[in-house]
Design a protein around this ligand. Structure first.
Ligand SMILES: Cc1cc2nc3c(=O)[nH]c(=O)nc-3n(C[C@H](O)[C@H](O)[C@H](O)COP(=O)(O)O)c2cc1C
Ligand code: SF4
Length: 403
């Protein structure tokens, strides 16, 4: 095994958290929490990853409040889920005592089609806007958050992070990207506020930094906080790379332990972060709402622009961010082949997060440690990503074909 693969498969520390290797499972919303409750379906999918040798798995959609969910099947962190969450983390550690568990804290902001809101009547973001995803289910507009809504959101992050620590999570990951709540504040396209939360980048970063501060207060200094951010929104008028570098610096100065640099937004240009086959065809197949189906047929080709897949598609930009920050860096985006793991290590990244490679083969680490010629086999068809609302949730149809 080369020096760099050896580094990838050797123990390392994330902040003060010891990890058995440098391969981490990326947050990939599982779609496996019927009625928002984490049960066996979710547990089984992470059990496979944990048994497969990955150092830390990430539970998707640890949403800090019920109304921060894209749909009513997404999990959120609250007292009612405390026992199932504690069971989840305990059961995963029974599979591998040395595995660590992180949870991605994601609030969708105005990107929601959840008709079962509890506190709100419609989704809220930084500014009033057309709600494309909610329109087919009768919520064509998202509102603008008042200061009291902003304060409330910060408090929910504090409460959720505290609950996650208390229920056995070892780390949390705050989602600052992909066009969800905090990213809507960072992006000049979606944040058109004229108060202290809009305008300059310092103002647009005020809420994300308040959230980081609140989460830090909740979990303490020794508990790793990861941040997933965008390096571009991939849309005119949105966040561009030059400003994203400033975002990284501000998060670094705000005390983030590690950054994961992605890009694109689910609302305007999701293929920036996926690459490979576009999602529209698969989404049309699984969509039940006839209006959404029609909408996807009409706007799909414009929304899901084609970006051909290539390995390590975020590497060059992520290296530029790496050079500006002191925190640890976790590479994400098309690190599928072992040669790519080697490159990422050689470039000095501390860890790698893998999404699709671990959906394709949850035992990636075990297999790769046994076989220097290991091939993962993910073909970047992105069918898994079209299954997030399918009854059984996300899986790899390629594996079913090959079985
Ligand atoms: C099925 C699926 C669900 C995803 N859900 C999330 C999510 O909940 N949060 C997130 O930040 N990224 C999500 N992503 C994006 C991945 O975390 C990752 O950024 C992307 O797949 C690129 O990494 P990869 O090439 O290793 O797959 C998802 C990706 C897939 C395939
Ligand atoms: S469905 Fe399977 S092969 Fe296709 S992108 Fe997802 S993990 Fe890769």
């Amino acid at each position: 095994m080369s020096e760099y693969l050896d580094r990838a498969f050797s123990p390392a520390s994330l902040g003060k958290l010891p990890l058995k290797n440098r391969i981490l499972k990326a947050a990939t919303y599982e779609g496996k929490t019927p009625d928002g409750v984490p049960g066996d379906l979710l547990l089984d999918s992470h059990k496979a990853v944990v048994a497969g040798g990955t150092a830390m798995t990430t539970i998707g959609s640890c949403t800090p409040e019920a109304d921060g969910r894209i749909n009513d099947q997404m999990m959120w962190i609250h007292e009612g889920n405390r026992a199932p969450l504690a069971h989840l983390t305990k059961a995963l550690k029974e599979v591998a005592a040395d595995v660590k568990i992180s949870g991605q804290m994601m609030h969708c902001g105005n990107f929601s089609k959840n008709r079962k809101m509890q506190r709100l009547k419609r989704p809220l973001g930084p500014s009033r806007q057309f709600n494309m995803i909610g329109a087919p289910s009768g919520m064509p507009f998202a509102g603008s958050m008042r200061i009291s809504d902003i304060d409330y959101m910060v408090q929910t992050y504090f409460d959720a992070a505290k609950t996650m620590k208390e229920t056995g999570f070892d780390a949390v990951e705050i989602h600052f990207g992909h066009g969800y709540g905090l990213s809507q504040f960072i992006s000049p396209k979606t944040n058109r506020r004229s108060d202290e939360y809009g305008g300059s980048l310092v103002n647009r970063m005020r809420l994300p930094l308040r959230v980081l501060e609140a989460v830090r207060k909740a979990v303490g200094d020794d508990f790793p906080i990861l941040g997933k951010m965008g390096m571009t929104d991939g849309v005119k008028g949105g966040l561009q790379f030059a400003e994203a570098q400033e975002v990284a610096s501000l998060l670094d100065a705000g005390g983030i332990d590690a950054l994961i640099c992605s890009g694109g937004t689910s609302s305007f240009n999701p293929m920036v972060y996926f690459r490979g086959d576009t999602l529209d065809k698969g989404l049309i197949e699984v969509e039940k709402n006839p209006i959404t189906k029609l909408g996807l047929k009409l706007i799909g080709p414009k929304m899901f622009r084609h970006y051909p897949y290539k390995e390590l598609y975020f590497l060059e930009d992520a290296k530029k961010i790496r050079d500006r920050v002191k925190c640890q860096m976790i590479y994400i985006g098309g690190c599928t082949e072992l040669s790519s793991v080697e490159t990422v290590m050689k470039e000095g990244f501390d860890f790698v997060q893998m999404g699709r490679p671990l959906i394709k083969d949850p035992a990636y680490v075990k297999h790769a440690m046994q076989d220097p010629n290991y091939k993962n086999g993910c073909i970047h068809c992105n069918r898994c990503a079209t299954l997030i609302e399918a009854p059984e949730g996300v899986y790899c149809p390629e594996n079913v074909k090959q079985a």
